[in-house]
Design a binder for this molecule. Structure first.
Ligand code: AHR
Length: 494
């Protein structure tokens, strides 16, 4: 007999806030992440508002995207903001040396990015150029965006925007250990101190400074950054991608995988728990008050590019497996919500583990999009501690608990429980006991599909999409859930 799954939700021991900024999105000048995916400019064949496609913006608004990180990524440390302002015809056409060697028209620059934020209803997370830019260039960009008066504010007004914009989050470079300049941690920490000095917010406003953090398990990077530059920072980032089939370079197919590929990827997602715990332990030494956020501002699955797509565009399909990768991460972030206040899945549209795929005027929502939509009540909710006793799911060399989960009390007072069955073959009966909550009823939605690699395409956009869930019931305050194999369920308690 299969061991039952028991879950305890301590509704009487409210934890930290599950910050809405954990649902931040990342949009880089990479492949069709911006051009084609978000921005279509004057292309009248694709309905748009001021150049941004209406279908994609509406889908993003529906997710309540809180923050968008832009313009990179690796692109950020080669980006010169002055090339993206002023009349479009006068903007230089550059080569995107990092991503595919294609031309970068600079049609989307600072003003267009803020127009995107306005349409989506999101806040700005600007990544500055530390790699091949100067502190002066960075300081002037901040001033151009935020100053209420002065010659840069006048220039901004001449370019069409009199009012200063808000820049609540500013990245002091990106991956300084790699594409941001191949720096050693000691050097990067000193450079971060220097550049951060010149990121100045106008009176009455605040700009959080987010330093370029570690690659995966580079704990020495976190240690050095915190020791040397910690006092000048508001957040330190962490980048970790799931790379099944043996790491870098990404070689696993996005769709054509078997159960080993499934287990490999989900085990990779679960590894985030250990990474956060260990980076956090280091941060705790230097910052026991937890003032400095750990911002996991790049995460997700990175596979081999889809066959036939442009080299360097990182275009990959998104399957039910990606939905589970997303829910596992979102559950992990709940357990570390006291330190992890911001994360950004990579990336928003058409790149890596995307929310949305487009091709010409067609758009499709991915399984990952649907998980983000199902977890929306988590935004600024209160985390409720959860303990899970589940049997193992094992395949080849990978062994993991079969069920992942988390729970919150949303801002409207309702309790939500997210449960994912990582086992692609075995349904599980889950018993959920609540401490301090007398639940009377339950409803919910489920995301599952016929196959582990089921996915949505332009021709079949609804293969993987949420449906009403009828497999949960409350008796005597105890919730019983028949959790189908390979599924994500979000329950709403009444
Ligand atoms: O998300 C793609 C790339 O991955 C980013 O540009 C970079 O920061 C990371 O290496």
């Amino acid at each position: 007999a299969v061991k039952p799954v028991t879950v305890t939700v301590e509704a009487d021991k409210p934890g930290p806030v599950y910050d809405r900024r954990i649902f931040t999105q990342f949009a880089e000048h990479l492949g069709n992440g911006i051009y084609g995916g978000l921005w279509v400019g004057n292309d009248k064949s694709i309905p748009n508002t001021n150049g941004f496609r209406n279908d994609v913006v509406a889908a993003l608004r529906n997710l309540s995207v809180p923050v968008i990180r832009w313009p990179g990524g690796c692109f950020a440390d080669e980006y010169h903001w002055r090339e993206g302002i002023g009349p479009k015809a006068k903007r230089p056409v550059k080569v995107n040396t990092h991503w595919g060697g294609v031309t970068e028209p600079n049609s989307v620059g600072t003003h267009e990015f803020f127009e995107l934020l306005r349409q989506v209803g999101a806040e700005a997370y600007i990544a500055g150029n530390v790699g091949n830019g100067t502190p002066q260039e960075m300081a002037e960009w901040v001033e151009y965006m935020t100053a209420p008066a002065g010659s840069l504010a006048d220039e901004r007004a001449r370019n069409g925007h009199k009012e200063p914009w808000k820049v609540p989050y500013f990245g002091v470079g990106n991956e300084l250990w790699g594409c941001g300049g191949n720096m050693r941690p000691e050097y990067a920490a000193d450079v971060t101190r220097r550049y951060a000095t010149f990121i100045k917010a106008p009176a009455g406003t605040r700009i959080m400074k987010i330093a370029a953090g570690a690659n995966v398990d580079d704990y020495n990077w976190t240690e050095t950054m915190m020791r040397v530059a910690g006092s000048q920072l508001d957040a330190l980032s962490l980048h970790y991608y799931v790379h099944p089939a043996g790491g870098w370079p990404p070689r696993a197919p996005a769709v054509d995988f078997d159960e080993s590929g499934w287990a490999d990827a989900l085990a990779g997602a679960l590894h985030m728990e250990d990474l956060i715990a260990r980076h956090t332990a280091i941060m705790d030494k230097y910052d026991p008050q937890k003032r400095v956020w750990l911002a996991v501002d790049e995460w997700g699955a990175w596979y081999a590019q889809d066959p036939g797509t442009h080299p360097g565009f990182l275009r990959q399909q998104n399957t039910l497996r990606d939905a589970l990768i997303a829910s596992i991460h979102l559950d992990i972030f709940a357990r570390h919500a006291d330190r992890v206040k911001m994360t950004a899945i990579a990336q928003m549209v058409n790149v890596l583990q995307a929310m949305i795929l487009t091709e010409g005027n067609k758009m499709v929502l991915t399984p990952t999009y649907h998980v983000f939509e199902m977890y929306k009540p988590y935004q600024d909710a209160t985390v409720l501690p959860v303990s899970i006793d589940a049997p193992w799911y094992a395949k080849d060399k990978w062994t993991m608990p079969a069920v992942s989960g988390s729970a919150v009390r949303a801002r409207d007072g309702k309790v939500h429980v997210g449960l994912s069955n990582l086992d692609p073959n075995q349904p599980h009966t889950v018993t959920v006991k609540f401490d301090g909550l007398a639940a009377q009823g339950v409803s919910g939605r489920i995301l599952t599909a016929p196959a582990i690699n089921s996915h949505n395409s332009f021709d079949a956009p609804d293969v993987v999409r949420p449906a009403a869930f009828t497999g949960a019931r409350i008796e005597g305050g105890v919730l019983t859930v028949d959790l189908p194999a390979k599924s994500v369920v979000m329950l709403d308690l009444q």
